[in-house]
Design a protein around this ligand. Sequence first.
Ligand code: PSU
Ligand code: MN
Length: 295
Amino acid sequence: MTPLHIAEEVGAALAENRPVVALESTILSHGLPAPRNLTVAARLERVVREAGAVPATIAVLDGVPHIGLTTAELERVCSEDLLKLSLRDLGAACALGRSGATTVASTTALAHRAGIRVFGTGGLGGVHRGARETWDVSADLDVVATTPVLVVCSGVKSILDMGATLEVLETRSVPVVGYRTDRFPAFYRRESEFGVPWRVEDAEQAAAVFAAGERGMLLVNPVPAAFEMDSALHDRLLAEGLQKLVDRNVRGKDVTPVLLEHFHTASEGVSLDANEELVVSNVQVAAEVAVELCR
Ligand code: PSU
Ligand code: MN
């Protein structure tokens, strides 16, 4: 494995057992358009700090996994045309000196190697619709199942097969815990038709559940009510986006970025606002949980 480059501030916090929150870079490079991505990136880091934790945005730059980015590095991630690196891509990207953004899978793995226990993001990858034929199941599920990191997210997007995703999470023994909710959130929407097996009311409880568990955990936090997408608009964009995938024969790792792009352009920014606010909320909760874990 390529040694990590850990930012000084992050390394110092970890050494002193102070709270650190991992942040991913694929949502910045492939999930949000420039220059909005940079505003969001800076806001996420600020939210973590205000909650009393140190942010560690993770990306691979010139073949080196970085844990915590400088402002200039964050700007690179938000402006360059980076590769999308899942966990299996890390060896090649590092050995060949490439730069890329990390997904939930690779961010979780790198965070764990650095000694970070909490990670805040937008949506988890999952089982795609039609996976019976395509076998398209995100590596995110495998990594959260095997890595002792708490991931805070707003569930999975309704572009995925949510029921199948929840079944895989159950099979792989991933605890799914609702943050002040009994329903599994559907990213742009606060609730899906699916329930969650456990619920906590605050960061202290979430930290206690994670600490008492065997491995990792998924803490699901719905998009703030004021930014939830209208359900008719949501359903229309979803149907259009899925049709676009078929028309253009989009496959593999391009599926999620193409769908996100469709939502953002076709909703005239409504989905962007929802996306930003839900990530901010998740990162805020992640920081509060990280603080509790260090008490
Ligand atoms: N879900 C979102 N926005 C995103 C992603 C997921 O709402 O940007 C990104 C995350 O980085 C996630 C990845 O880990 O997509 C999953 O990609 P795939 O389905 O190719 O595994
Ligand atoms: Mn996939």
